[in-house]
Design a protein around this ligand. Structure first.
Ligand SMILES: Cc1ncc(COP(=O)(O)O)c(C=O)c1O
Length: 374
């Protein structure tokens, strides 16, 4: 442990395994090294189960590219951006003019809210859901039409149809949803998109797309090719662990992409783009992360089943469960154990959103949770 690492070595992970005795995952893990699970958390270094991050961090290939890019970061990233855009188009089998890039997917949520507000449109959205587009729309003075999720905790498309006004110009659907990690059944969603896109732009936020393992789920990118009024957003902040690097991708009709172009900065962080080019091609690492996420889901579901607590089956890297007491109380107590859990989500204030971090950390969580509440 006394071995010294240079900052660059740390970044690319070359000596990390040797220096800390860290796991090298599986036989084919191409020397990917991981920080140890945090099973002795402290106030300064808590278990971060509150923001749906990927606590394993970026793929080693991405980290190497990011570190190497420091030498080039006095340059604008235009060439790399074109390369990344081409890659994102190829991966989804769509033409490049349907692809927009941003510093995180929040950029697209913001721009969609701006376009809607400029037209004086209402926004229709479920509640609870990811809050940014509602926040932007409120700030811009748009009218929000918020439709509660159904009793089954799924987004209620029929109720949304009924709530639509003549002035609704933007519909936001987060799929999987957040904080409730439920999905919208693919055929019902396609029907809804085909029907409602005649009246409004539909933005489908697929931030957690990579984690879904559910035959009822389908991305709506296929609709983007045919339909001018469908926008799909993705992010590198989740499975790719780029939350602090800021890369988002938008799939939409070239008109929307062009219109967005007029509002975006249209340049990105060069190390982030170089890293993303590697990350999106590192299928092996993504498979590893999905496997670990599944293990986390199993650990938490087993505890919740055992304690008889209600929860929504996770289709993402977080779970939502009814603690039977205010989530703020759970958060305060778990914080004493140096575990951070999600903030309260109205009206489900007894429900806890717990990010699925690493299996070992989830086991640690279950031990503390049982000791406190079982
Ligand atoms: C559903 C959803 N959309 C978008 C975002 C924002 O992502 P980004 O980091 O790409 O701006 C988040 C972040 O938690 C999210 O949960």
């Amino acid at each position: 442990m006394t071995q010294k690492m240079t900052r660059r070595e740390w970044l690319v992970g070359t000596t990390t395994a040797a220096a800390t005795g860290i796991i090298l995952s599986g036989t084919k893990a191409s020397a990917q090294s991981f920080m140890e699970p945090n099973i002795n958390p402290t106030a300064e270094n808590p278990i971060r189960a509150h923001l749906n991050e990927n606590v394993y961090g970026q793929s080693l290939k991405a980290r190497k590219a990011i570190a190497a890019a420091a030498d080039d970061s006095h340059k604008y990233a235009f060439g790399d951006i074109f390369q990344f855009r081409a890659l994102m188009a190829k991966l989804e089998d769509i033409s490049e003019d349907h692809v927009g890039l941003g510093a995180g997917s929040t950029e697209f949520l913001e721009k969609a809210a701006v376009f809607n507000a400029v037209q004086g449109g209402d926004i229709l959205l479920p509640v609870p859901t990811y809050g940014d587009i509602a926040r932007f729309s409120r700030t811009l003075g748009s009218k929000l039409i918020e439709v509660p999720v159904g009793d089954d905790m799924h987004i209620n498309l029929n109720a949304m149809r009924s709530a639509m006004t003549n002035n609704t110009k933007l519909i936001y659907l987060c799929n999987p949803n957040n904080p409730i990690p439920s999905i919208i059944e693919k055929t019902a969603l396609k029907d809804f998109c085909n029907e409602m896109s005649e009246k409004a732009t539909i933005l489908i936020d697929e931030a957690y797309y990579e984690y879904v393992d559910n035959p009822d789920y389908e991305s709506m990118i296929s609709l983007v090719k045919e339909n001018k009024n469908i926008v799909v957003t993705r992010t590198a902040s989740k499975i790719h662990a780029f939350a602090g690097m800021r890369i988002g991708v938008c799939y939409a009709h070239p008109d929307f992409i062009q219109k967005s172009f007029g509002l975006f900065t249209n340049t990105l962080n060069l190390p982030a783009v170089r890293g993303a080019i590697e990350s999106y091609q590192d299928i092996e690492y993504q498979a590893f992360l999905k496997q670990k996420n599944k293990e986390c889901q199993q650990i938490i579901s087993a505890m919740l089943d055992d304690l008889g607590l209600e929860y929504v089956k996770s289709n993402a890297n977080f779970i939502f469960f009814n603690a039977g007491r205010p989530s703020t109380e759970v958060a305060d107590i778990m914080k004493k154990h140096h575990i951070l859990t999600g903030r309260p989500f109205e009206p489900y204030t007894n429900w806890v959103r717990l990010s699925l971090t690493k299996p070992e950390e989830m086991t640690y969580f279950t031990e503390k949770y049982r000791a406190e509440f079982a």
